[in-house]
Design a binder for this molecule. Structure first.
Ligand code: GLN
Length: 540
């Protein structure tokens, strides 16, 4: 069967939740037995988001094959079972890089290289290549940015041309817009949506489906108006009301029959509609049996998107334990003052230090970890959160003064975290870290083993520095447990502490593999330990 294409664009303003809308469509189609894959096209010129500051871009999501991608791929993997790789995300930078390389090799045979057809062909080829992946009936392609942006034009032009390439019956265009509520007038306004659709039409794309983000319900009359002016069937004007949990979105769109419209328009074979499996997840999130306070100590906490997968994974751990999460986001720099960690972390049922780069805020993280260790508060350290735990242990348990990572102090007397030999010669910043899934052997009898119940696991990495093996034996003698290592044993992947109820720190990023329906074992274990800690606190 021909592959089917769903192109998702956005209009009016950014941050409307295009990624969630696209993921929800994916989830709804999967629930009907349709195999989906998803792709994100990012119009910016960086080759990938790997070198971008989290303040600019939010989290960098890492796929199994080690691609550093847009955080929307995280939503795609959490909402669907599609397994994504480097082909599922590309940017203008990637497109131009390969075109320029081809031009230098003389592959264009002396022709003038132009946006149309060369850039648009390159874009279309990448979309089609992703669509050709195994186990795919439908590819959902989300185009980043907002209609009307200069930089997204070649992508929209490629999306327009694709209709001719693949056949009108095999492609559907969905457009996400904002229908704002004007308080003073007490009404919603459809004009921005009309304008957005008319801009899209001027590019040559007529949407088949409109998803309208709105604070208040859209009435029948307003729906008719949008339908008339935008030339979209009335039933295909879908409202996307603000909701408190992103996992409510599939149910909300599904109740309006969005996937039925898609199935019909694309002529897809589908199973009958079953019960909404997202309802259970949403109920768990909204009405948990109990709640715990989890403190996350990082340096990008002002940017909501910087710890997206961490936030979701912690919540999944909550779902697994029927427990709601009260997040306490702490800027690690505020914990540098003596005594600050005690004040800020009091009452935390669990403490988490996520990954990160650079010296700023490091001392605060170390203070938070010391607090967790000394007060027997469950701790989950991720990547830099593990490296900081090793530094903390070195300084405060081993009494190695000035112990550090060579990332922060090249001259340190005690480089407990250091570069691997093969990383020493690396000059380029982009795509040169230890990236993607690697196997890890778990030591039986550890928290890690209790969580995973498996001897060998695969987790995704994104780092340059490693635990320095010269310190391994000494640390073990003082109560550090090496709970996970690379198969040959050369790299320390997980550590724990004896004499602590639950102190687990990992060099990889477990948050990338957690799903609401399949909470990650470490997050499940972490929240279970936090719950125990809360109950113990009460008894005292
Ligand atoms: N900066 C550290 C390293 O490169 C940790 C990276 C991370 O936390 N993702 O090894």
């Amino acid at each position: 069967m021909d592959r089917k294409y769903i192109i998702v664009t956005g209009g009016v303003v950014s941050s409307l939740g295009k990624g969630i809308a696209a993921s929800s469509i994916g989830a709804l189609l999967e629930a009907r037995g349709i195999k989906v894959t998803m792709q994100k096209l990012d119009p910016y010129i960086n080759v990938d988001p790997g070198t971008m500051n989290p303040y600019q871009h939010g989290e960098v999501f890492v796929t199994e094959d080690g691609a550093e991608t847009d955080l929307d791929l995280g939503h795609y993997e959490r909402f669907t079972s599609a397994s994504l790789s480097a082909v599922n995300n590309f940017t203008t930078g990637k497109i131009y890089r390969s075109i320029i390389e081809k031009e230098r090799r003389g592959e264009y045979l002396g022709k003038t290289v132009q946006v149309v057809p060369h850039v648009t062909n390159e874009i279309k080829n990448r979309i089609k290549a992703a669509a050709r992946q195994k186990n795919t009936d439908v590819i959902i392609v989300e185009i980043g940015g907002t209609v009307g942006d200069i930089e997204s034009l070649p992508f929209l032009e490629a999306a327009r041309q694709l209709r001719q390439d693949v056949g009108a019956e095999n492609i559907l265009y969905a457009h996400l817009t904002l229908v704002p509520y004007i308080k003073a007038a007490g009404e919603i306004k459809t004009k921005p949506t009309q304008h957005s659709v008319s801009t899209l039409r001027s590019i040559g794309i007529q949407p088949d489906l409109l998803i309208c983000r709105t604070e208040v319900k859209i009435s029948k009359a307003e729906r008719e108006k949008i339908s008339l002016f935008c030339n979209v069937e009335e039933r295909a004007v879908i409202q996307a009301l603000d909701v408190s949990s992103i996992y409510e979105v599939p149910g909300m769109l599904g109740r309006q029959g969005i996937e039925d419209i898609i199935i019909e328009k694309l002529g897809l074979k589908a199973l009958k509609k079953g019960a909404d499996k997202w309802k259970k997840i949403v109920d768990r999130i909204k009405n948990p049996a109990t709640r715990v306070k989890i403190s996350v100590v990082g340096k990008y906490i002002e940017v909501q998107d910087a710890y997206k997968s961490i936030k979701e994974a912690v919540q999944h751990g909550g779902i697994a334990n029927n427990c709601g999460i009260d997040f306490n986001w702490i800027d690690s720099e505020t914990l540098e003052r003596k005594g600050a960690a005690n004040e800020a972390l009091k009452g935390s049922a669990g403490i988490l230090v996520p990954g990160g780069f650079g010296l700023r805020g490091l001392e605060g993280k170390i203070n938070a970890i010391r607090y967790a260790r000394e007060n027997r508060v469950p701790y989950l350290g991720i990547c830099l959160g593990m490296q900081s735990a090793v530094i903390e242990f070195a300084r405060n348990v081993m009494k190695l003064k000035g112990a550090s990572s060579t990332e922060f102090d090249r001259e340190t007397q005690h480089p407990v975290i250091a570069l691997l030999e093969e990383q020493k010669s690396v000059k380029n910043m982009g795509g040169t870290m230890r990236l993607g899934a690697y196997p890890c052997r778990i030591t039986p009898g550890t928290n890690a083993y209790a969580a995973y119940r498996e001897k060998v696991i695969f987790e995704r990495h994104r780092h340059r520095y490693e635990f320095n093996n010269a310190y391994r034996e000494g640390f073990e003698a003082k109560g550090m447990v090496i709970s996970g290592v690379s198969p040959g044993g050369a790299l320390v992947e997980m550590i724990e502490l004896k004499n602590h109820p639950w102190f687990t720190a990992v060099q990889f990023h477990p948050e990338f593999k957690s799903k609401p329906m399949l909470p990650h074992p470490l997050f499940k274990g972490f929240i279970a330990a936090a719950l125990k800690n809360k109950r113990r606190g009460r008894k005292k």
